[in-house]
Ligand binder design. Structure first.
Ligand code: FAD
Length: 639
C-alpha cells in the first residue's frame, strides 16, 4: 500500500469533471478550490453550509445551494487546467481564517490557527516531526510497550529524532486494536479521513469507514514506510517494568516468543499498551459451564462456523452492533441480549464505498482531502462538544443534560422511531433513557433496525440470571438454548496497563498507588514514575467522536518534548510533581462531572469501579493540543 499520492493534473475532458462533481462533497470542495485558485469569492455567504446537521447530506446545503456550488466548482476546476500546484503550500493566515469561518457554523477563532496548520499539513509535510536530533553524547534508549497505532507513532517520532528505541509487542504483527479485532463487520466508526495520522494522509480510502483489514494494512504500511517495523520485537510481552533509584534506569522483564524470560534496560519507557485490548468477560453464574464454543468479540474464533447455528450475543455496544448484523445473516437463530440500548446516530454512508467521483476529485483537486479532513474534524468533534455539557439548571439530567443535548435527543429519537415505526414492540426496547453522549454512540445506516426485525433475531432485554451447559437463562427463568455464545461485552478499560507490573521510585507499585483509580498528569505521567510516559493513558479517550490518533499525536509531541528536555538540560530523569498532578486531575474531574457521561448514572466503560470517569477527556480537542505542545520544566522534579 502506498500511503500518500501526488495530485494529478486536471484533464481536458469536461465530462469527466461533470461526472465527478455529481459525487462531490461540496462544503469542503469550495474551500479547496478557493485556496487553489486564490478566488475567495467562491465562498459566497449564501452558499455557506448550515453546520451541524446529523446525517444530513452535503452538510445540510439545499439542492439549490448545491447546484450553484457545482456550477462554480466546474468553472474553477476548468480554470485550473495546465496549472502546476504546490500541494505543499499553506494559505496565508487571513485566508485560512476566512475559509474556516465560511466552513464552520461557529467561526474558528485565531487560536485555532497553529493547530490548523498542523492538522491541514499539506501532502508530504510533517510539521509535527521533531525539529531536533539526539546527539548521542549521553546514553539514552527508549523502550516502547505495544505495537499498535500509538506504539508505531512513538517509534516514528523517536526515529525522526534519532533516539535509539525498541518497540515490544505481544502480538505477531503491528496494528494493536486492528490486529486483534477480526470479528465480522469490524470497522472504524470515525471517518478515515480523520482516523489516520496527520502526516500520512491517504487520499484513496476505499470506504468512508474502513474495515479492519484495510486499517491493519494502513498501520502495517506506516510502520514499514517510516522505517520502524524492524525495531519491533514481536510475540514478546512486557511482564514488569522496574525503576532503579540508584541508576535512574528502567528494567523491563520480557516474556520472549520461546516462552523464556529476558531483561532489557532503558532510560525511558513509553507505554502504548492501549485502553481497549483486555477483554471484559461478564460475571454471569455458570459461564464456564457452557458446553459449546464461547468467545469474546476481540478473540474471534474463526474455526467456529456459525452457519445454521443457534447463537447468543451478549451485549449491544459498539463491537456487538457491528458484528450482530453479519452473524444474523448466518445463524439459524440469533438471541441478542441487551442491557442498555445505545443511541444510534444516522450515518447513511457508514458502509458505503467512497464513490468514484469523490475519489477522482481527491486525486485531482489540490488541498481537497485536507479540507475534507478539516470538515470532519470540526463537525464531529469540537463542534459537537457543547451538546454534552451539563446545564446545571436543566431539570431532568437523567434524560438529557441541556437544551442542546435535548435537541440531539429529539433528533436521535426521531431517527430511531422512524426506523422501528412498524415494530412498537422493539421500539420500546431500543430508545435509551439516558442522555445522548453519556455512553458511546453507535453509527447506523439502517442496518440495526433491519437486523432486529429479522424473523431469526430475538432482542432480549431481561437480565441474564445464569448460563447453563445448554444456553442462557434470563431472570424470568426462561432458557434460550444456543450452540455458540459470543461476548460483545467490551474491555477492562479502566484497569490501565494490567496485567503488567510497573514499579517506580522506592518500590512503589503503580497499580497499588492508583488503587483502582488510574489518573495521570495530561494522561501521560504519574508522580513516582520518572521517565515513564503513557500514550492513550487515563482521561485521554474521547466520546463525541473524534479520533484517538489525534490524542496520540498530541501525547507523543509532549513525550518527545520531555526527552528533549532531559537530553538538552543534562538530566537523567524527570518526575511529575504531586501537586501539579493533583491539581490537573481535580480540574479534569470537575469538568467530567459537567459532561453527560459524568453526570448521568448510566453504566458505561468510561467510569471505573469507584464511579470516577477515568477514561475520558472532557474538553475541546484544541485544549488538549495546547497543553501538550511542550512540557513545562516547572511541573517536574529532575533527578
Ligand atoms: C473494535 C474497536 C473499534 C474502535 N474504533 C475506534 C474508532 O472508530 N475511532 C477511534 O478513535 N478509536 C477507536 N477505537 C479505539 C482504538 O483502540 C484506538 O483508536 C487505537 O487503535 C489505540 O491504539 P493504541 O496503540 O493506543 O492501543 P492498541 O491498539 O490497543 O494497541 C496496544 C498494543 O499493545 C499491546 N500490549 C499491551 N500490553 C502489552 C505488554 N505488556 N507487552 C507487550 N505488548 C502489550 C497490545 O496487545 C496491543 O497490541 C476502537 C477500539 C476497538 C476495540
Amino acid at each position: 500500500m502506498t500511503i500518500t499520492r501526488a495530485i494529478e493534473p486536471i484533464p481536458a475532458d469536461d465530462e469527466a469533471i461533470r461526472v465527478a462533481l455529481k459525487d462531490a462533497f461540496l462544503p469542503a470542495l469550495l474551500p479547496a478550490l478557493a485556496q487553489a485558485t486564490g478566488d475567495f469569492s467562491l465562498l459566497r455567504e449564501e452558499l455557506r453550509p448550515p453546520g451541524i446537521a446529523m446525517g444530513a447530506e452535503q452538510g445540510g446545503m439545499t439542492p439549490e445551494q448545491q447546484e450553484t456550488a457545482r456550477a462554480l466548482a466546474f468553472d474553477a476546476l476548468t480554470s485550473l487546467r495546465g496549472r502546476a500546484f504546490d500541494d505543499g503550500a499553506y494559505p496565508a493566515d487571513d485566508d485560512l481564517l476566512r475559509i474556516t469561518n465560511w466552513l464552520t457554523a461557529s467561526p474558528a477563532s485565531a487560536e485555532y490557527l497553529p493547530l490548523l496548520r498542523e492538522e491541514l499539513a499539506p501532502t508530504g509535510q510533517d510539521p509535527r516531526a521533531p525539529d531536533w536530533r539526539y546527539d548521542g553524547k549521553t546514553p539514552f534508549f527508549v523502550a516502547v510497550i505495544g505495537a499498535g497505532m500509538s506504539g508505531i507513532l512513538a517509534g516514528i517520532r523517536l526515529k525522526q529524532a534519532g533516539v535509539p528505541f525498541v518497540i515490544i509487542g505481544k502480538n505477531a504483527a503491528v496494528g494493536g486494536t486492528w490486529f486483534e479485532n477480526s470479528y465480522p463487520g469490524a470497522r472504524v466508526d470515525s471517518s478515515n479521513a480523520f482516523y489516520s495520522y496527520s502526516f500520512a494522509q491517504k487520499i484513496d480510502w476505499p470506504k468512508y469507514y474502513s474495515t479492519q483489514p484495510v486499517l491493519l494494512d494502513y498501520f502495517r504500511a506506516c510502520a514499514a514506510e517510516y522505517g520502524v517495523r524492524d525495531s519491533v520485537r514481536f510475540r514478546t510481552e512486557v511482564l514488569s517494568v522496574t525503576f532503579d533509584d540508584a541508576r535512574n534506569i528502567w528494567t523491563l522483564r520480557l516474556r520472549t516468543p520461546d516462552g523464556g524470560e529476558e531483561t532489557i534496560e532503558a532510560q525511558a519507557v513509553i507505554s502504548a499498551a492501549g485502553q481497549l485490548n483486555r477483554p471484559l468477560m461478564p460475571e454471569i453464574a455458570g459461564r464456564e459451564r457452557f458446553a459449546g464454543p464461547a468467545f469474546h468479540s476481540a478473540r474471534w474464533d474463526d474455526s467456529v462456523d456459525l452457519k445454521g447455528k443457534r447463537v447468543a450475543v451478549i451485549g449491544t455496544g459498539a463491537s456487538a452492533a457491528q458484528l450482530i448484523p453479519v452473524v444474523a445473516c448466518e445463524a439459524a437463530e440469533l438471541h441478542v441480549f441487551q442491557r442498555t440500548p445505545a443511541w444510534f446516530v444516522p450515518s447513511p454512508h457508514y458502509h458505503d464505498d467512497v464513490p468514484e467521483g469523490l475519489q477522482w476529485l481527491f486525486a485531482h483537486v489540490p488541498y481537497y482531502a485536507h479540507w475534507y479532513r478539516f470538515w470532519l474534524f470540526w463537525m464531529s468533534t469540537d463542534g459537537l462538544l457543547p451538546a454534552a455539557i451539563v446545564d446545571e439548571s436543566w431539570p431532568d439530567k437523567e434524560r438529557s443534560v441541556s437544551a442542546a443535548n435535548d435537541m440531539i435527543r429529539a433528533l436521535l429519537t426521531g431517527y430511531i422511531t422512524s426506523q422501528f415505526a412498524d415494530r412498537p414492540d422493539l421500539l420500546e426496547k431500543v430508545i435509551p433513557s439516558y442522555p445522548p453522549t453519556a455512553k458511546r454512540m453507535v453509527l447506523d445506516n439502517g442496518i440495526w433496525a433491519q437486523t432486529l426485525k429479522r424473523d431469526n433475531v430475538h432482542l432480549i432485554t431481561d437480565a441474564i440470571r445464569e448460563i447453563t451447559p445448554r444456553g442462557v437463562v434470563t431472570a424470568d427463568g426462561q432458557e434460550r438454548a444456543v450452540d455458540v455464545i459470543i461476548y460483545g461485552t467490551g474491555f477492562q478499560a479502566s484497569r490501565f496497563l494490567t496485567p503488567m507490573r510497573v514499579v517506580g521510585r522506592k518500590g512503589v507499585d503503580l497499580n497499588a498507588q492508583w488503587d483502582g483509580d488510574a489518573r495521570a498528569y495530561m494522561g501521560i505521567t504519574v508522580p513516582n514514575f520518572p521517565n515513564f510516559f503513557m500514550m492513550y493513558g487515563p482521561n485521554t479517550n474521547i466520546v463525541v467522536n473524534g479520533s484517538i490518533i489525534y490524542f496520540s499525536e498530541c501525547e507523543v509531541q509532549y513525550i518527545m518534548g520531555c526527552v528533549r528536555l532531559l537530553l538538552e538540560q543534562g538530566h537523567r530523569a524527570m518526575d511529575c510533581k504531586r501537586d501539579v498532578h493533583d491539581a490537573y486531575n481535580e480540574r479534569i474531574d470537575a469538568l467530567n462531572r459537567q459532561r453527560a457521561w459524568g453526570a448521568s448514572s448510566v453504566n458505561s466503560w468510561y467510569k471505573n469501579d469507584r464511579g470516577r470517569v477515568s477514561q475520558n477527556w472532557p474538553g475541546n480537542l484544541i485544549e488538549y493540543w495546547q497543553q501538550t505542545r511542550q512540557p513545562d520544566a516547572a511541573d517536574y522534579v529532575f533527578l
